[in-house]
Design a protein around this ligand. Structure first.
Ligand code: AMP
Ligand code: ZN
Length: 117
């Protein structure tokens, strides 16, 4: 069923506490934790506790939960005192998505290039 935990999903395991993570924020519906391979001084992943494969699947099934992610991204930026930051939702393997549980990358603390690589 949509949103149900998936046995083979790394981020579901983090939500359930079965895989350790450096959690920086948690709400009823979301978890935010530091990326294990940071690409910027702040590199936090904000995920819904419910399992959806990507941002669009989440927004379609539960728009309010998608909005929770965006608010939590701002909260992470506020906690790290970032004036500006970048949110990335890699969608599909060709765009670099490796974990198929919706996650917002919140990146900041250094200058950002455009276009991204
Ligand atoms: P993506 O490539 O967009 O699917 O992003 C997945 C991200 O998860 C990558 O930036 C990885 O470095 C990160 N990652 C993988 N395993 C872990 C973990 N156990 N804890 C924290 N971050 C992780
Ligand atoms: Zn999952």
């Amino acid at each position: 069923m949509a949103g149900e935990p998936k046995d083979d999903c790394l981020f579901c395991k983090i939500v359930e506490g079965h895989v350790p993570a450096t959690i920086v924020r948690e709400t009823d519906t979301t978890v935010a934790f530091r990326d294990i391979n940071p690409q910027a001084p702040t590199h936090v992943l904000v995920i819904p506790k419910a399992h959806y494969k990507d941002a669009a699947a989440l927004a379609t099934a539960d728009p309010a939960l998608a909005a929770d992610l965006l608010r939590e991204a701002q909260a992470v930026a506020d906690e790290d005192k970032l004036e500006s930051y970048r949110i990335v939702f890699n969608t599909g393997a060709g765009a670099g998505q490796t974990v198929f549980h919706t996650h917002a990358h919140v990146l900041g603390g250094r200058g950002m290039q455009w276009p991204p690589g």
